[in-house]
Design a protein around this ligand. Structure first.
Ligand SMILES: Cc1cc2nc3c(=O)[nH]c(=O)nc-3n(C[C@H](O)[C@H](O)[C@H](O)COP(=O)(O)OP(=O)(O)OC[C@H]3O[C@@H](n4cnc5c(N)ncnc54)[C@H](O)[C@@H]3O)c2cc1C
Length: 326
């Protein structure tokens, strides 16, 4: 008998969606097993910048609800430096008159940027404070928290959901971009994102410049490094960093924050976001087992993770109503 045979629920995936769901399920009192073929540090989640921003994930109303719920949780976690979460102030720059960040104001307190806080070409901006999450640290914290709650991990690859194990408990599919191969879902689309990680010359303030002429550009200072981005290329699967793109990212980032001009480049990185026209968070069935799908979080998997995990717990628990405790 393996852990997956005796668990109350099996989660497939150990990225931010799988780990957060596993932790929330364990904290709800269930015996949880996680199956994944990549350690958290090797997932797309580890590449995320990661700033709390409901970016490129749909439908917007649900994404906003999940993001708001997650914001509350990340705000609590920011009190503990071991989590890798910190609250940081920054500026959402606007180059189109009248445009504002759709989520700022109601959800996150924001004030209008002063002229000296803008860059050339920006006509306005919103200054606000949101969580910035150092993903390698945060994923390790999530993993350790899961282990403390009794979650058991099996590091292996599944060819299909038949490989999960012999039990009949619910399965949560949180396999990111690969979820489609396990479920037959053809609506997942890789969305290539390239970033440049540089040494931090002492920055704390982030910038998001979605309407930059070279494409969405951002500067996210973390602790020792700064993530400069980026690209958003639906349907592109090449994981090799493009040096010309890296140069254009750095040039644009340096215009937002001139102290980046001489910053040492630590790494050029590419990740494939799990894009989908809508996040899939629903219940299905496989060989008589309840399957909760949770994937397709696009550019906002970190931002939505706690809200999503709350819904996963609810959908798993609904299926267990009437199940006798073992
Ligand atoms: C450059 C870049 C910057 C980003 N910045 C941000 C940001 O600032 N804020 C934000 O919120 N989001 C950001 N994102 C998006 C975010 O990274 C994703 O939405 C999120 O990581 C998706 O998490 P996931 O757990 O669904 O998938 P993944 O992290 O890909 O994890 C999938 C898991 O499933 C497992 N798995 C898959 N197939 C199988 C199989 N067949 N058998 C066993 N296990 C399997 C893998 O091993 C892995 O553990 C960014 C993404 C990129 C690329």
């Amino acid at each position: 008998m393996t852990a997956t045979d005796v668990a109350d629920v099996v989660v497939v995936g150990a990225g931010v969606i799988g780990l957060t769901s596993a932790l929330a399920l364990a904290q709800s009192g269930l015996r949880v097993a996680v199956v994944a073929d990549r350690l958290p540090a090797d997932t797309v989640s580890a590449i995320a910048a990661a700033i709390w921003e409901p970016y490129d994930a749909y439908p917007k109303d649900l994404v906003l609800r999940w993001s708001v719920e997650s914001l509350a949780r990340f705000t609590e976690l920011a009190a503990d430096p071991d989590t890798g979460v910190a609250q940081r102030e920054g500026v959402v720059l606007q180059r189109v008159p009248g445009r504002t960040a759709w989520w700022a104001g109601d959800v996150v307190a924001a004030r209008a940027a002063r002229p000296d806080e803008l860059v050339d070409g920006a006509v306005s901006g919103e200054v606000c404070t949101v969580p910035v999450i150092v993903m390698p640290i945060y994923l390790e914290w999530l993993l350790a928290s899961c282990v403390r709650e009794g979650v058991v991990f099996e590091w292996r690859s599944l060819k299909s959901l038949d490989d999960v194990g012999h039990g009949d408990c619910p399965i949560v599919v949180a396999a990111g971009l690969v979820a489609g191969e396990l479920t037959g879902d053809t609506r997942l689309v890789p969305v290539r994102g390239q970033i440049v990680r540089v040494a931090n010359p002492g920055l704390t303030r982030w910038y998001i410049d979605e309407d930059n002429a070279r494409g969405c550009t951002y500067v996210i200072p973390r602790a020792d490094d700064v993530i400069c981005g980026g690209t958003n290329e639906p349907g592109v699967t090449d994981r090799t960093p493009d040096s010309a793109v890296a140069q254009s990212i750095l040039a644009a980032a340096s215009k937002l924050e001139p102290r980046l001009v001489d910053a040492a480049v630590l790494a050029d990185v590419v990740g494939l976001r799990p894009g989908r026209d809508e996040v899939r968070l629903d219940v299905g069935e496989h060989a008589g087992r309840r399957v909760v799908h949770s994937y397709g979080h696009g550019g906002a998997g970190v931002t939505t993770s706690w809200g999503v995990a709350g819904d996963v717990v609810r959908l798993v628990s609904e299926g267990r109503a009437g199940v006798t405790e073992r």
